[in-house]
Design a protein around this ligand. Structure first.
Ligand code: NAD
Length: 249
């Protein structure tokens, strides 16, 4: 029997990259997934790609009203949540010399506030316990120039997993972070002005990585599956880096 048979999962930012690969893997393992994203057209393409076992809900993770609408839909359709993957994320480059309040607010709103309320608002529906996966980043233990506020956000998310693992243990809910290294998804191209600059950055990341390449979204989805399923029944409060060794050696 697939290991997530009958499970209900919510995946934010589920229309591309790691979120989409995770949605596909969870459905393959028997789950029904609710995926969110800001653009309806991208959600529709993702839904077609996933094929079955998926509901889309358009919304911004930084909007509490949108999150209320998301969980109202989940409640009406399924009545319960077993797995939350707080995956939606945003990064743009800014060094300390020139970062703005708008940069700070947007980075923190999506990467921290979005995670906090995605999780808090799921809890009333997590009546049979479950697994919460917060997508952090290997920057939570690195110092990469121009990633200051993003790093503070992702390190904050890793810290939240420690606290919530304690606060939610009596409800039978495990909480862990999953930390990608450089992974082949649209978020990398979005940080550069041209394909050439993005490709050059990928080469640098590959050269810094012991396994000498970028990760694939499916490799991150394997980690999400491990943390979501009973395969990780004795695992809570950890950070699981899937990074080809980038931040490990
Ligand atoms: P991606 O761009 O494919 O996915 C990010 C998703 O988040 C997108 O679908 C995007 O539309 C969505 N999103 C952004 N802002 C949102 C908002 N306000 N509301 C709702 N959805 C929003 O990139 P990805 O690599 O799959 O990113 C997934 C997670 O992995 C992110 O949290 C990212 O920070 C993290 N991460 C990625 C890498 C990498 O190299 N790809 C490395 C470390 C961490």
């Amino acid at each position: 029997m697939p290991n997530l048979e009958g499970k209900i999962a919510v995946i934010t930012g589920g229309s591309s990259g790691i979120g989409l690969a995770t949605a596909k893997r969870f459905v393959k393992e028997g789950a029904h997934v609710f995926i969110t994203g800001r653009r309806q057209s991208e959600l529709e393409s993702a839904k077609a790609e996933i094929g079955r076992g998926v509901t889309t809900v358009q919304g911004d993770v930084a909007s509490l009203d949108d999150l209320d609408r998301l969980y109202a839909t989940v409640k009406t359709e399924k009545g319960v949540v077993d797995i939350v993957v707080a995956n939606a994320g945003f990064v743009e480059h800014a060094k300390i010399f020139d970062l703005s309040e708008a940069h700070y607010d947007k980075t923190m709103d999506i990467n921290v506030k979005g995670v906090v309320f995605t999780v808090q608002k799921a809890l009333p529906l997590m009546t049979r316990g479950g697994s919460i996966i917060l997508v952090s980043s290997i920057v939570n233990v690195k110092g990469i120039p121009a990633h200051g506020i993003y790093t503070a956000a992702k390190a904050g998310v890793r810290a939240l997993a420690r606290v919530w693992a304690q606060e939610l243990k009596d409800k039978g809910i495990r909480v862990n972070t999953l930390s990608p290294g450089a992974t082949e998804t649209p978020i990398i191209r979005g940080q550069f002005n041209s394909d050439e600059a993005s490709d050059a950055a990928k080469k640098v990341f590959a050269s810094m990585t012991p396994l000498a390449r970028l990760g694939l979204p499916e490799e991150l989805a394997s980690g999400a599956y491990f943390l979501a399923s009973d395969e990780s029944s004795y695992v809570t409060g950890i950070d699981l880096p899937i990074d080809g060794g980038l931040a490990q050696v």
